[in-house]
Write a protein that binds this ligand. Structure first.
Ligand SMILES: Nc1ncnc2c1ncn2[C@@H]1O[C@H](COP(=O)(O)OP(=O)(O)OP(=O)(O)O)[C@@H](O)[C@H]1O
Length: 234
């Protein structure tokens, strides 16, 4: 599903003539199979979000290659990337990233609008997703009128509405209390088992990591498991 090879990344900070190069990831190799739940763990500042942002195409690699579902995404133009993202990836963020001026219904419907789906099909699919996350009665609420757990469920419904085969999650339970966390983790397991959705998640949390089939650890920009695989292959 995901194949990352020889990926290195450095941020360039400061003015062009006095640029400071901050190396963050070093020769990362990572393979995630279809149907896997993989947790990326590591200390703060080790490079987890940078890796997820590279896999999501939000930042572009200069060195290395990223393939998702057979498409070499690291070579796509910005507009092709946006199209690929819409069709293949779902995102869940710690801070939910809902649009505050849109109701729960409108937030879930938004990817269908971007994709140009007609109104009748949009309505059917949006209501189906809201039902699946148990939020049909709250469809006209704005994010500010929902609890943290409910907001995260709206964001999951939005992530799933176009049936992506892969979900990328950055600290998905980071803003939830333990009851909502347990509920979300059960839901992730269910989506994985029933629909074969692949998950790549960043987490600090042992509970979250415990539902993963596999953990990979980033230590100072080096992916532990990835390097081992790479060394075995060589
Ligand atoms: N836009 C940026 N410009 C410059 N340096 C950055 C930028 N974003 C991140 N960094 C640096 O890259 C390193 C890795 O950051 P990253 O956010 O990937 O770590 P992380 O493991 O996700 O941390 P956390 O668990 O705290 O979210 C850090 O040293 C950070 O300061």
């Amino acid at each position: 599903m995901i194949s990352v090879s020889n990926l290195s990344y450095a941020f360039k900070i400061g003015k062009k003539d006095k640029e400071n190069v901050v190396p963050v990831l070093h020769d990362v190799h990572l393979h995630v199979a279809k149907g896997e739940i993989v947790a990326i763990v590591g200390r703060s500042g080790s490079g987890k979000s940078t890796l997820l942002n590279l896999i999501s195409g939000f930042i572009r690699p200069e060195i290395g290659e990223i393939t998702i579902g057979g498409t070499k995404v690291s070579g796509l133009t910005e507009s092709k990337w946006a199209e690929f993202r819409l069709n293949h990836l779902g995102f869940i963020f710690q801070s939910f990233q809902l649009i505050p001026s849109m109701t729960a219904y409108e937030n879930v419907e938004f990817p269908l609008v971007l994709k140009g789906v007609n109104e009748k099909d949009r309505k059917e699919k949006t209501l189906e997703m809201l039902k699946r996350v148990g939020l049909e009665p709250y469809q006209n609420h704005y994010p500010g009128e929902l609890s943290g757990g409910q907001q995260q469920r709206v964001s999951i419904a939005r992530a799933l509405v176009l049936n992506p085969p892969l979900i990328l999650a950055d600290e998905p339970t980071g803003s939830l209390d333990s009851e909502n966390e347990r509920e979300l983790l059960n839901f992730i397991k269910e989506l994985n088992e029933d629909y074969g959705i692949t998950f790549l998640m960043i987490t600090h949390d042992h509970e979250v990591a415990s539902i993963a089939h596999r953990k990979v650890e980033i230590v100072d920009g080096y992916l532990k498991e990835g390097r081992m695989l790479h060394e075995v292959q060589r």
